[in-house]
Design a protein around this ligand. Structure first.
Ligand code: FAD
Length: 276
């Protein structure tokens, strides 16, 4: 029981939600799927603003991008036919790895990005695609790149929409967890574009390191332009030099590094169609 909660609002619009928040910013909190909030200590809040109940979930397929409302559940994203058709089953394959069906049915895309938990698969996966996030507060409404979220999103901002740009790359993703439903102890994703066996473009994301996923642009820069076999060969050395994984409960720093090397070289091989 959280006896400090005195007010529970269900606004119909983002502006309404923000104006409720602004009346008491230190003691108010937004609620979406509730899967993360439910396990926090809520005693510091007295107002919950439910931004899911009255907001519509939606996935719109436009010419250059998909636009997804923030309160769309992870399971809806996983099952969306247009998204999976365009991204070659990406969401069906990788969102399946997140928690259980019950969790995916509650947790929303916006809540998964906003909570920025270290083990997040959602953030790492969306970083592989070209993803933008619409953030709104009392002063501004703007689209920012997902990779700029940490500096762009402040207290009082609501994530309203997420845009995933269409492009023709190949994507691969791996994660390590102790059990099927457990949170990941390391995840790794690669986006690859080859031109005549040379790497034309690449994205490398590691997450749960233990902080939330981010791009490793130094590794990307070292691999861009390399011939794919050479890239596979040098990738463990690049991880040794440029990966910044640390120890955390259940996994040592050394084991994280070993996993990172294996994940990166295996993903490069898989995406390039190279057999061992
Ligand atoms: C048992 C379990 C296992 C899980 N396993 C995984 C996993 O393996 N991989 C993974 O990626 N995730 C996993 N998750 C989900 C993840 O940890 C978060 O719980 C979930 O993503 C939060 O989404 P939500 O919609 O429930 O957010 P909520 O709990 O409603 O909110 C979380 C935070 O974000 C804020 N917030 C929510 N929506 C918005 C918005 N639109 N704009 C601004 N702020 C907002 C809230 O104020 C709150 O501070 C797991 C969760 C559980 C409970």
């Amino acid at each position: 029981m959280h006896y400090s909660i005195n007010n529970f609002y269900k606004p119909h619009t983002t502006d309404e939600a923000i104006s409720i928040f602004e009346k008491n910013p230190d003691k108010s909190v937004f609620l979406s799927g509730g899967t993360n909030l439910a396990k926090n200590n809520l005693s510091r809040y007295d107002t919950i603003i439910d931004i899911k109940s009255n907001f519509k979930s939606s996935i719109v397929n436009s010419e250059n991008f998909f636009e997804i409302s923030a309160c769309t559940s992870l399971q809806e994203v996983l099952e969306n036919v247009d998204l999976n058709d365009y991204f070659d089953g990406f969401f069906k394959k990788y969102f399946q790895m997140i928690g259980s069906w019950q969790i995916r049915n509650m947790a929303t895309l916006g809540g998964s990005i906003a909570s920025r938990v270290g083990w997040s698969d959602v953030i790492s996966l969306l970083l592989l695609l070209r993803t933008e996030v619409k953030i709104v507060n009392k002063n501004e409404k703007k689209w920012i790149k997902l990779e700029d979220l940490n500096k762009g999103m402040k207290k009082g901002h609501i994530i309203e929409k997420i845009r995933i740009m269409k492009n023709g790359s190949k994507y691969g993703y791996k994660r390590f967890s102790r059990t099927e439903f457990d949170i990941g102890l390391l995840n790794c994703g690669v986006t690859l574009k080859l031109d005549d066996n040379k790497i034309k473009d690449i994205k490398v994301v590691f997450g749960s390191v233990p902080v939330a996923g981010k791009r490793y642009t130094e590794i990307e820069n070292a691999l861009r332009g390399e011939e794919i076999y050479e890239a596979i060969e040098i990738s463990p050395e690049l991880v040794n030099e440029m990966f910044d994984g640390k120890a955390s409960p259940f996994i040592s720093r050394e084991y994280r590094f070993e996993l990172a090397k294996v994940f990166l070289s295996e993903l490069l091989m898989e995406l390039a169609g190279v057999k061992l």
